[in-house]
Design a protein around this ligand. Structure first.
Ligand code: ZN
Length: 255
């Protein structure tokens, strides 16, 4: 039986998401921005929380862990390099490790850059990936603890996933990200198509994720730093991709 997901907003613009395995009844929350919306989603679906898979240590991804752990006795899985900054950790993971949610098997991808120990959780058989604050729809996370080169390498690992992988990220930033991306690729047809789609979803007050990795490859300027047209657009033709990425990221920070 295929995995089920439930997506909802937390805090101001964080996404909460549940991953449910119908075969075993296991349910994981990917990050825990705050307890109440997660509890509400669990109640609405009639699901029991068994695990929390944490992508990184920022409080808007971990603030609900203690309350949820106390109520549900769920297992807390967190990146090894950030376990000291995350409450109630039961199990640490890093690149190449496997994590099970009931009968679903996830694979850990180290995606440092936003934070130094950030991980993403890929479920290849389900064509699902949970990327926290590394990659956003038409955007990427701020490079806070790592370097632009490190972040670019992390994005390349995610870009290597299958085109039909559904991408769940940590924040609803699509509209602002599209406005920025158009300053660099105003003629990108995939980007303009995504703009229309996002406008429709936003007007209907619907989340703009998950997006598909294939769509992101075509439309997300942060995944396209090795495209000659992007390098030319930011005045860096012939420059290594990570430097083009660094320039695009620096422009977004000031946008
Ligand atoms: Zn963060």
């Amino acid at each position: 039986m295929a995995a089920q997901t439930e997506l909802f907003l937390c805090l101001k613009d964080n996404f909460g998401v549940l991953l449910h395995d119908p075969a075993s009844g296991a349910t994981a929350a990917i990050d825990a921005p705050e307890a109440a919306p997660i509890e509400a989603a669990l109640r609405a679906k009639g699901w029991r929380l068994t695990d929390i898979l944490v992508t990184h240590h920022h409080h808007d991804h971990t603030g609900g862990i203690e309350e949820l752990k106390e109520r549900h006795r769920c297992r807390i899985v967190a990146p090894e390099a950030e376990a000291d900054g995350i409450p109630e950790v039961d199990e640490t993971v890093r690149e190449g490790d496997r994590v099970r949610v009931g009968s679903l098997e996830g694979r850990i991808i180290d995606t440092p850059g936003h934070t130094a120990g950030h991980v993403s959780y890929s479920f290849p058989s389900e064509k699902l990936v949970f990327v926290g604050d590394t990659l956003f729809s038409i955007g990427c996370g701020r490079v806070i603890e790592g370097t632009p080169e490190m972040m670019w390498q992390s994005l390349l690992k995610l870009r290597a996933l299958a085109d039909d992988t559904r991408l769940y990220c940590g924040h609803e930033y699509s509209e602002a990200n599209i406005r920025f991306a158009k300053t660099i690729e105003p003629q990108n047809a995939a980007l303009l198509a995504r703009e229309k789609q996002v406008a429709r979803l936003a007007a209907a007050r619907q989340p703009t994720i998950p997006s598909l990795m294939g769509e992101e490859k075509a439309a997300n300027v942060f995944l396209r730093a090795d495209d000659a047209a992007v390098a030319k657009s930011v005045g860096l033709p012939g420059t290594p991709a990570w430097q083009v990425f660094a320039e695009v990221r620096a422009r977004k920070n000031k946008f």
